[in-house]
Write a protein that binds this ligand. Sequence first.
Ligand code: ZN
Length: 148
Amino acid sequence: MSDPSELYQAVILDHNKQPRNFRAIEPHTHDADGHNPLCGDQLHLELRLDPAGCIEDIGFTGEGCAISTASASIMTEMLKGQSLETARALFERFHHLLTHPDAELDPELGKLAVLAGVRDYPMRVKCATLAWHTLQAALDEQGSVSTE
Ligand code: ZN
């Protein structure tokens, strides 16, 4: 059990089996659809910003593979109550981690570190970042985003 990848795998499976914040947010201020045609992942993200611009509530629905579901679950868990600046900074760190094979695990990533293993599988990177691209589309009021 000292192998961190086993622990990471367990966290991913847990979030896939029991996704956190798997629900619609009513009322919401922003929403978007995300689609990853390579894998077939489809998710709908809804969130509500408070007057100060913090994420008061955030949830997702839809269907996807274990990686995309776990990533959306972990993302919503981490972002609830955070400012948009924090959310954007976290996405940058996460994206950097997944697109740079030599990137060090940044402690600020928290639970997102469990997804680090996908960077060895470029197709999986799209699964892991789908929720984040969908968040960006929601905040930019784009309506929908596709990884292709
Ligand atoms: Zn996928």
